[in-house]
Write a protein that binds this ligand. Structure first.
Ligand code: ADP
Ligand code: MG
Length: 204
């Protein structure tokens, strides 16, 4: 296991790089069923976090995660900012409460439920939750990280078949069917990047 500061800095960098590489694609997805800004929003948030990478890396892990969440709320904006922000802030808080426990999956579940409450959304509504819940399921089953990543990607693809019930895409009703949800896509990209990084830098 890497020392925590290196782990935090590495995770921040892989997330920033993944979003930067895919920002245009995320905007293109959002142009079809939203307003076209999801990639720009996420890139702005990741760059803000990355700019503070050094000071974040010096914090205890739960505090760093919670602070990253707060920065996402302030810098991503749109609908996704408060939702990703809630996810990270809750993970940070839960990790602090559960410091002695090694199992991440209940921590993630609490945080996903907080996102669902914040968005008044459920599984099947065609949002990032349709990636987060399957990711949790895979982690709870102790699936290898490569399987967790694959499940995230497939789950994002499956949002194409769903009718949007929340966010801007919900205004399109039936016309949202046939298109991948941008938030689900960013969530799968980030999950894959994180899984790959942890797979390379942390023995399972
Ligand atoms: P905005 O819709 O304000 O332009 P973004 O484009 O950055 O914000 O983010 C859109 C994404 O946010 C959607 O693709 C969806 O995954 C997610 N989203 C929007 N509203 C909700 C909600 N109420 N609950 C959960 N996720 C939501
Ligand atoms: Mg948008």
């Amino acid at each position: 296991m890497q020392a925590e500061p290196v782990l935090v800095a590495g995770l921040i960098e892989v997330c920033r790089a993944t979003i930067a590489e895919n920002a245009d694609h995320l905007c293109a997805l959002d142009r079809v069923i939203g307003d076209g800004d999801h990639g720009t929003n996420m890139r702005r948030g990741c760059e803000a976090v990355s700019a503070e990478g050094e000071s974040l890396s010096s914090l205890p892990f739960p505090d760093a995660v919670e602070k990253i969440g707060l920065m996402l709320v302030m810098n991503v904006g749109g609908a996704a900012g408060p939702l990703y922000g809630t996810l990270l802030m809750e993970i940070g808080r839960e990790l602090r409460k559960n410091e002695e426990k090694a199992d991440f999956s209940p921590v993630l579940k609490q945080a996903i439920d907080a996102v669902a409450r914040r968005g008044r959304s459920h599984a099947g509504d065609k949002t990032l939750l349709d990636v987060l819940y399957p990711v949790h399921e895979a982690l709870a089953k102790q699936s290898p990280l490569s399987d967790v990543a694959r499940k995230a990607e497939r789950s994002a693809d499956r949002t194409a078949a769903m009718k949007a019930m929340r966010g801007r895409a919900a205004f399109l009703g039936e016309r949202s069917i046939g298109h991948v949800d941008p938030g689900a896509s960013s969530c799968a990209l980030l999950t894959t990047a994180i899984c790959r990084y942890l797979g390379e830098h942390r023995p399972q």
